[in-house]
Design a protein around this ligand. Structure first.
Ligand code: SF4
Length: 88
């Protein structure tokens, strides 16, 4: 999952993520710009985690015609798996 790919983890979350990583310019040559994108271009930030089933953020992203899409959008997935009703 990457900051900015889902509304639940907006691009502004690049700031705390990069603060956890330390001096990324020195260690891996990646810098966070003022617009919260990264250089070099095509750098991806995020968190990889183990799951019992495959998951890509793209499954929850409705952006059409994205050249980087890794999985089809599933419009019902969020409600089915990640949304918990609190008023019951
Ligand atoms: S469809 Fe594109 S914009 Fe949406 S999460 Fe996947 S790669 Fe990111």
């Amino acid at each position: 999952m990457s900051p900015g790919s889902l509304k639940d983890w907006p691009l502004e979350e690049q700031i705390p993520l990069f603060s956890l990583l330390g001096d990324t310019r020195e260690s891996i040559g990646v810098s966070l710009t003022e617009s919260l994108l990264m250089t070099p271009t095509k750098t991806i930030s995020g968190i990889w985690f183990a799951t019992e089933e495959s998951f890509e953020s793209c499954q929850l992203c409705p952006r059409e015609e994205c050249p980087a899409r890794r999985a089809p959008y599933d419009k019902d997935l969020y409600e089915k798996k990640y949304y918990k009703k609190t008023s019951e």
